[in-house]
Design a protein around this ligand. Structure first.
Ligand SMILES: [Zn+2]
Length: 433
């Protein structure tokens, strides 16, 4: 795999070198070496068939193109800052006022776009009284020369895409992708990739690319952002108001405590090699996954059946992390009467009572239909992990391992699923009460 990917990389770099050599846009006209490197790496790591690299699709102005396309009359008109191959400048125009940008250098053709005063746009070519300007990565238009002032921009300045305030930012180059963010303010980006009418402007911290429609972007220029400034840009984007509804338990910390473990097996079923610790962990893991899917920060007090964790440690995990909910999962045992069955939820502090009630109700609802559990009750009892907990905390005994039918059921994944679902529903309705 390593050799293959290295080989692919070499082939890719060779291909890119060939493409760059063939295209009229030469290397020195690319926005910046930093953005070239980024887009090249993107292509290697995230090859997307329909996606083309910015340098293939770019209509970024460059001095060769501008100089080559100039007509004699245009050259003389361009006295302020003639674009030559060696001058180190590229030509831009700044609108004098609100300007109509047209699809063709012909007033009878429909308008393309209205640009406000002081907008600066790169010059692609000039013909007669008309200048063709780049609007964004795949849009160009024509303005009258009289409507703009020619300005020169140091080639060292980076060409950036200015993206409008309130633009929706998507996770892919299509509106069918999730809308991840909305830009709180106008922001400038070094464009990374272009795909049709979409442009990749940045990526999330997790590496997912962020796209905006090209219709919301316009060329601008400026000094190339330092790496620090660039990462700040991405952070600003990431912290921009999320459009997507927050996950229901986002920002909540839940400590899930599978009772016993390691040298302490908990209750042991008579006549069967069934340890309470194993059932507790199985249900706790299902619960943890449900909570994580809902966006919660989940902390398990133990994740294996070989782990021995003291009661003091379990409580400390809850208190130190300022848990919104601490839930300890156990199974019961009452050998004096094997007919006793059902769920019991314990709580200690008054601020845990509501949590206990919600969990008890939901768990009973999940388990009762199939298993006919009875004796469900909330009990107030001084248990160590509850007594020393400063957070809303409950301890649930899911079933009685001394009851033959509950013992059999407790070994099945369906029991772990139902117990976890009940606890999850209880936590959910407690946190949303
Ligand atoms: Zn126990």
């Amino acid at each position: 795999m390593f050799l293959l990917s290295q080989l692919n990389r070499v082939v890719f770099v060779l291909l890119m070198a060939m493409i760059l050599h063939m295209l009229p846009i030469h290397n020195h006209s690319l926005p910046s070496s930093a953005s070239v490197t980024t887009s090249t790496e993107d292509q290697i790591t995230n090859p997307t068939p329909q996606t083309t690299s910015i340098q293939n699709r770019s209509i970024l102005p460059n001095s060769d193109q501008v100089a080559g396309s100039l007509q004699p009359s245009a050259t003389s008109a361009q006295t302020e800052a003639p674009a030559t191959k060696d001058s180190g400048t590229v030509n831009w125009v700044r609108m004098k006022g609100t300007t109509e940008i047209r699809t063709e250098p012909d007033p009878s053709k429909p308008d393309l776009l209205i640009v406000t005063a002081n907008e600066a746009l790169p010059v692609l070519q000039q013909t007669g009284d008309w200048i063709e300007v780049g609007l964004n990565t795949d849009q160009r238009g024509w303005i009258r020369k009289s409507e703009a002032t020619t300005i020169s921009v140091p080639a060292a300045d980076t060409q950036l895409l200015k993206v409008n305030k309130n633009t929706s930012v998507y996770l892919g180059p299509d509106e069918s992708f999730d809308q991840a963010y909305r830009l709180k303010a106008t922001a400038s980006f070094i464009p990374k990739m272009v795909s049709g009418k979409w442009i990749e402007v940045a990526e999330q911290k997790d590496g997912k690319p962020l796209w905006v429609p090209t219709s919301q972007a316009i060329w601008t220029y400026g000094e190339q952002p330092a790496i620090e400034a660039w990462s700040q840009d991405v952070q600003a984007l990431s912290s921009a108001a999320k459009l997507k509804q927050k996950l229901p338990l986002e920002g909540k910390t839940i400590v899930v405590d599978p009772g016993h473990g390691g040298s302490d097996p908990g209750a042991i079923a008579s006549g069967k090699p069934v340890y309470e610790r194993d059932i507790n962990l199985a249900a706790a893991q299902v619960l943890a996954n449900k909570l994580k899917s809902a966006g919660a920060n989940v902390i398990m007090t133990r994740t294996s059946n070989d782990q021995t964790v003291s009661l003091a440690q379990r409580v400390q995990i809850s208190n130190d992390n300022k848990a919104d909910v601490f839930v300890s999962i156990h199974q019961n045992m009452y050998q004096q009467d094997p007919s006793v069955s059902g769920t019991i939820t314990y709580y200690e502090s008054p601020n845990s009572k509501q949590l206990a009630e919600k969990i008890e109700t939901a768990t009973t609802g999940q388990l009762s239909s199939k298993q006919g559990q009875q004796n469900e009750q909330i009990e107030k009892e001084q248990l160590y992990v509850l007594k020393h907990n400063t957070r809303p905390a409950v301890l649930i005994e899911g079933c009685f391992l001394s009851n033959p039918s509950e013992l059999n059921a407790s070994l099945l994944p369906s029991y772990h699923e139902k117990l976890a679902a009940g606890i999850y529903q209880g936590i959910f309705s407690y946190l949303h009460a």
